[in-house]
Design a protein around this ligand. Structure first.
Ligand code: ZN
Length: 159
């Protein structure tokens, strides 16, 4: 069996900005409203696979970390990221330099800030939260991160 939550309908959303180095259009800092949809397959435990409120709480807490932030992939080999002063970070991509307030940035442990990498970030963090909540009846996690309505990236984790 599975349960499924639509991120748009269930308000598992966040707004953030990012850029994709070297992309002709997406190489400029720009924003999206994202929605995170989740499907969990597993065995029933009592009457539920998992309480909807539990999984929504987990996803919401991850969304909150990213909401209204500038998403920077700290493992992006194309970027030079360095401290500018005590409150600012310089993000340098060849001839372009962004100087951004440190407190407005969410550094992602990824190689890009694409929907695909965000999806893997969400999947890994959902799995971690399920594990630390002692959830042991889930067999497969499927996550889709939509970058606006109608386009998104999906990934799966199987136990
Ligand atoms: Zn974008």
């Amino acid at each position: 069996m599975f349960i499924e939550i639509d991120g748009w309908m269930a308000k598992l959303r966040f707004s953030a900005c990012h850029f994709i180095p070297d992309h002709p259009k997406c190489g400029c800092l720009h924003g999206h409203t994202y929605a995170v949809s989740v499907k969990l397959e597993g065995e029933l435990k009592g009457e539920f696979i998992i309480d909807f409120e539990t999984i929504k709480g987990i996803v919401n807490r991850i969304c909150d970390r990213l909401d209204h932030k500038i998403l920077i992939a700290e493992k992006d080999p194309r970027l030079l990221i360095r401290k500018s002063d005590s409150v600012s970070i310089e993000i340098i991509k060849s001839t372009k330099k962004y100087v951004l307030p440190f407190e407005d940035i969410m550094f992602l442990p990824t190689r890009s800030a694409s929907a695909e990498d965000l999806c893997q970030y969400f999947t890994a963090n959902i799995k971690k939260a399920l594990d630390s909540n002692g959830v042991d009846n889930i067999k497969k996690i499927t996550v889709r991160v939509d970058e606006g309505i109608g386009q998104g990236a999906g990934c799966e984790y199987e136990y």
